[in-house]
Write a protein that binds this ligand. Sequence first.
Ligand code: GLN
Length: 505
Amino acid sequence: MKDRKLTSAGHPGGLYLLFVTEMWERFSYYGMRALFMLYMTQALLLDKEFSSEIYGSYTGLVYLTPLIGGYVADRYWGNRRSILWGALMMAAGQFLMFLSACYFQQVALAKWLMFAGLGILILGNGFFKPNISTMVGDLYAPGDKRKDSAFTVFYMGVNVGATIAPLWCGLVGNTGHPEDFKWGFLSACVGMLIGALVFQLCKNKYLVTPEGKAVGMPPEAKPQKSEEQVRSKRLFLVMALATVILAVLFVVGGADWIGAFIYATIITVPLSILADRSLTGQERKQIGIIFILAFFVIFFWAAYEQAGASLTFFADEQTDRHIGNWEMPASYFQSFAAVFIVLLAPIFASLWSFLGRHRLEPSSPRKQAIGLFLLSLGYLLISFGVKDVGPGVKVSMFWLTSLYFLHTMGELCLAPIGLSLVYRLSPARFSSLLMGVWYLSTSAANKLAGLLSSYYPEEGVVKSCLGYQIADLHDFFLLFVFMSACAAVVLFFLSGKLSKMMGEG
Ligand code: GLN
């Protein structure tokens, strides 16, 4: 048995390689995202509504393709190759965005280059995101108690990238001169290439199991043309057909095509996975738990992702952003959550390890219920801050800052723990695919977030959401309080049963 070096924090070196790779990938993703809306509206001069539609579809679809990347990795390529190809595709996508921004004055050409870039980015993210997440778990022996803490450290890498990206790409790309957007996109491309290079150079040395076996290699048994395969092909066709039928039904019901496709996929894919005949009863039960938790997580991200939507309007229109003589740009609030994560992640990682050692650690579903409670609390606090505040009146930054602080703590209870749990509950041969299913909930949530944001109050208009009347900001924020508190309470009561089912309780 090879003796693997542990870092001073007690984690294998491979975790830090994944940390750095993911940090650069998220730098690339969030750097481009920070400029994307501005580029469409200020350089290509597209209207706000059309740009928002493209933005919503892009952020929805990047979390849909992990299903494809996860499937290909589990069956054919393994995680390493999928990550590399995903990274190269994303770098190519960012390069096309750079070219688009070079020719922004030729709008038709620039738009085509942008759409081609977005398509490749969507596909690339699908190959990268689920596979790097799965590899974190592979570094540890089954049953190793450090996994929640490891995923929390990894999640910190996500947010180091997410913190630096908007600042750097904003600095070089959002200068007020549309011809500078290209430098932001080029930075995103270079960032991704650095991540890919570091990963390629160090993967053989660090990405190994506790026994020293290489992780992330292609599956040993190559798929054969067996009866099993014929059956799964048939199942795939039935699933594809069901997805199309459902999508058409959603469109008839009033959803847009991409939304319809996302909603149809989140219904048919889990069902088809559960129908796989190779699963044992216990495996099916564990996968069922992943799906139940993924359902609750949709409510978390749909409320959380208001950050890029309604909460940015609120920051812009109703928050006093003066610090001395300087007025902070509204978009800076979007970095708050990432900064808080970077500051709080080490505390949470140690907290889980400490509680684990003293046998006091809450079960994973309970941690997620706590995450939803904290989210609800953030909205409750701000709903008091805006009570009886008329339109156009600005409130202190304290409210939005406290909301982000509470949301971040919630995120740390829910997101890294979710990744760890999905890894733990997945049969090894489906681990990346199920990670893809997990990200599917983010895809649906991003779409739902856009819908919920449209209830943002307007002067003199009373909006109704499923019978709930929204006349002002107080009502609007309470909507999220109810939504996340209901999800939290139900999950809290289910958590005992769920953790017993997965052998935690
Ligand atoms: N901030 C996380 C990331 O970028 C969000 C992932 C998610 O599941 N919503 O990885």
